[in-house]
Structure formats: structure tokens, C-alpha cells
Design a protein around this ligand. Structure first.
Ligand SMILES: NC(=O)c1ccc[n+]([C@@H]2O[C@H](COP(=O)([O-])OP(=O)(O)OC[C@H]3O[C@@H](n4cnc5c(N)ncnc54)[C@H](O)[C@@H]3O)[C@@H](O)[C@H]2O)c1
Length: 323
């Protein structure tokens, strides 16, 4: 199968590219490199630098690649930027999606997978939430993901484009960009290896569902390969394991400390500090993965106990010169 990954130079997209290649698929990438990097990709993967806001450019790439399937990962990722600049957010995350859907229809693409978010479309929940829970997005970023799924439904009905939305929980792992406000593991890891105290917002009792990037990429591969899915399907991709930020910070500190010791360093990782709560942060966000397990046979395989040391090792290699 020939797969076009938009946003394929990013954190999740590049992991997906690796897995698709390992599964014997042909892969091409469309990315504007605004937060992704060519270094994340094997040199021989066909790469098209293009902005999804540019409909002609997107169409041109699809005409050259002629993909059988598309995984649409390209997005502006910042919730706070979406609040400050809702129009920019919609241009990338709504219009960019529509451009990719139109180009997919024009090229008779068989399957279209969309990176949605279980973290922002449900709002506050009390336990692992199922896919049929009502949408309650608060930020323009969340609204764009929610409305993006409605567009997928429309294109599946109107154009027979088979569409799947994967609603990721909080994704972490190697290659995550630590420069945004999302990605607490990447942000904390970077601080810890720089010898600075990471800051926990508020009291840190914010429950999240942390899913490792290779598991998320595998969910994409399964959705891209699936031939029996309904015209439109939406699946949560998470672990249902509740972890609050205090627990996460402690476990990550241990992982970073162990990584330093493994490298012969005697540096002590500073303890985290506490800052003001962040406006709008949900207390609890957890997703159920019953549906994707039943339909695609997906279940998470990487626990935090395994994923955090792996992530710490990657950040240490990137950040520590004398390793
Ligand atoms: N990381 C998470 O926890 C998480 C959770 C839920 C959903 N998602 C979604 O997963 C997808 C991938 O996110 P990620 O964490 O890998 O982030 P990322 O920033 O690493 O990846 C996004 C990629 O899209 C590219 N991109 C951004 N704007 C573009 C544009 N206008 N045109 C073309 N390319 C553009 C970036 O350069 C980058 O390579 C996104 O759609 C995101 O909304 C991520």
C-alpha cells in the first residue's frame, strides 16, 4: 500500500512512517516543517514541503504521490495559540483537513485516517469515556478536532471515502517537541536533564491517560490496513490508566535519574516545583479503548514503567553531550 502521511516529519507522524516502512508499505510525507523536522525521517522517504493551508500545493502533492491511503497528522498543536488565534487554528486544522480530504477524493484514495483527540473533545469526565459520549470541546483546537470528525462523516457519506478518526489520549515518547505547552513528558524530561526544576501546574492532581507513541502509530497502521471498517469510525487510543501529574513527575524523575546513573553521572535531578494552576485544565481525562480492541485488535503494549525510561534515554542522548 502507498501511504501519504501529512505531518509525517513530526513526533507521531515520523514514528508512523517508521512503522509503515517496517510493515513493507511505501510511504511519502507532506509537511511544512513548522514543528516537525527532516531529521525525524529516513533520507530516502519522498518528502514534499507543503502547507496544508495551500489547497493547490496539497492537490499537487497528492497528484504526484497517488496514495492508496492517507494518515492526516498535520496540525497546529497549541491549545493556547488556538485561543489567541482561532482563525489561524481553523485555517490549519479545519481548512487544511478539508484540502487533504478533497485531494484524497480526487485521487480515489481508499482510506483516510485523521488524528483526532480524546484529550480535548470530551471535556471533563469521571472515568474512561466511550466514543459515544457527547462532544464538549472548549478550545478552538478542540472544536476543530470535533468538527473535523463531522467533515470525515460528510466525506464518507458524500464521496464514499472511508474515514477513521483516532482520538489519541496524551501521547508521549521519543521525538516529542518540548517547546510547546503540550507534551508534559517532553517538557519535564528536558528540564530534568538541563538540571532545572520542572514546574507542576496547580496541585498536580490532574488525571491523564498517557499513551506511548509507538502504540499510537500502531493504531494508525491497523486503521490504514483495515479493510472491513464502516465508512466512518471513531476510536479512542489510550490506556484507561489514570496517572496524575505528581505521579508522572516522580516516575519521570526516577527514570531520568536512572538514565544519568547508567551514563556514569552523579548529577541529581532536581525535584519539581509548583506553579499557579493553568486556566481551563481539566481535572480528569481518561479514555476507554474497548472499541478499538474489539474492532481492530489494538491494545496498548507500553506501560509508563517501560515507556518513561525509553523516553528518558532518547532525551538524554539528544541533550547530554558527554554521554
Ligand atoms: N501529541 C499528543 O498528545 C496528541 C494528542 C491528540 C492528538 N494529537 C494530534 O496528533 C497529530 C500529530 O501531533 P504531534 O504530537 O506529532 O505534533 P507535531 O507538532 O510533532 O506534528 C505535527 C506535524 O504537522 C506539521 N504541520 C503543522 N502545521 C502544518 C501545516 N500547516 N502544513 C503542513 N504540515 C504542518 C508539523 O511540522 C509537524 O511535523 C496532530 O494532528 C495532533 O493534533 C496529538
Amino acid at each position: 500500500m502507498r501511504v501519504l502521511v501529512t505531518g509525517g516529519a513530526g513526533f507521531i507522524g515520523s514514528c508512523l512512517v517508521d512503522q509503515l516502512l517496517a510493515s513493507g508499505h511505501e510511504v511519502a510525507v507532506l509537511d511544512d516543517l513548522s514543528s516537525g523536522s527532516r531529521e525525524n525521517l529516513p533520507a530516502d522517504v519522498p518528502f514534499y514541503e507543503a502547507d496544508v493551508r495551500d489547497a493547490d500545493a496539497v492537490r499537487g502533492v497528492f497528484e504526484k504521490v497517488r496514495p492508496d491511503a492517507v494518515s492526516h497528522q498535520a496540525a497546529q498543536m497549541s491549545v493556547s495559540r488556538s485561543v489567541r488565534e482561532p482563525r489561524f487554528d481553523a485555517e490549519v486544522n479545519v481548512l487544511g483537513l478539508i484540502h487533504a480530504l478533497d485531494a484524497a477524493v480526487a485521487q480515489n484514495v481508499e482510506r483516510f485516517v485523521f488524528a483526532s483527540s480524546g484529550g480535548v473533545i470530551y471535556g471533563e469526565v469521571s472515568g474512561p469515556v466511550q466514543e459515544d459520549a457527547p462532544g464538549n470541546p472548549i478550545s478552538p483546537y478542540g472544536i476543530a478536532k470535533w468538527v473535523g470528525e463531522r467533515y470525515l462523516q460528510f466525506y464518507s457519506r458524500e464521496h464514499n471515502l472511508r474515514c477513521t478518526a483516532l482520538r489519541y489520549a496524551n501521547v508521549y515518547g521519543p521525538r516529542q517537541n518540548p517547546h510547546g505547552e503540550a507534551g508534559v513528558v517532553a517538557i519535564f524530561c528536558t528540564k530534568m536533564f538541563q538540571g532545572e526544576a520542572a514546574t507542576i501546574n496547580g496541585d498536580g492532581r490532574y488525571i491523564r491517560d498517557y499513551v506511548e507513541v509507538s502504540d499510537v502509530a500502531r493504531a494508525n497502521v491497523l486503521a490504514l490496513e483495515a479493510s472491513e471498517l464502516p465508512p466512518f469510525a471513531a476510536f479512542n487510543v489510550g490506556t484507561s490508566v489514570p496517572t496524575d501529574v505528581n505521579q508522572l513527575a516522580e516516575a519521570l524523575r526516577d527514570a531520568c535519574q536512572a538514565e544519568l546513573a547508567r551514563r556514569g553521572s552523579r548529577t541529581t535531578v532536581p525535584a519539581c516545583g509548583y506553579g499557579p494552576p493553568r486556566a481551563g485544565d481539566l481535572r480528569t481525562n481518561l479514555v476507554s479503548y474497548d472499541s478499538i480492541r474489539r474492532v481492530l485488535g489494538w491494545a496498548p503494549t507500553v506501560s509508563l514503567a517501560n515507556g518513561l525510561p525509553k523516553t528518558a534515554e532518547w532525551f538524554a542522548t539528544k541533550l547530554l553531550r558527554s554521554s
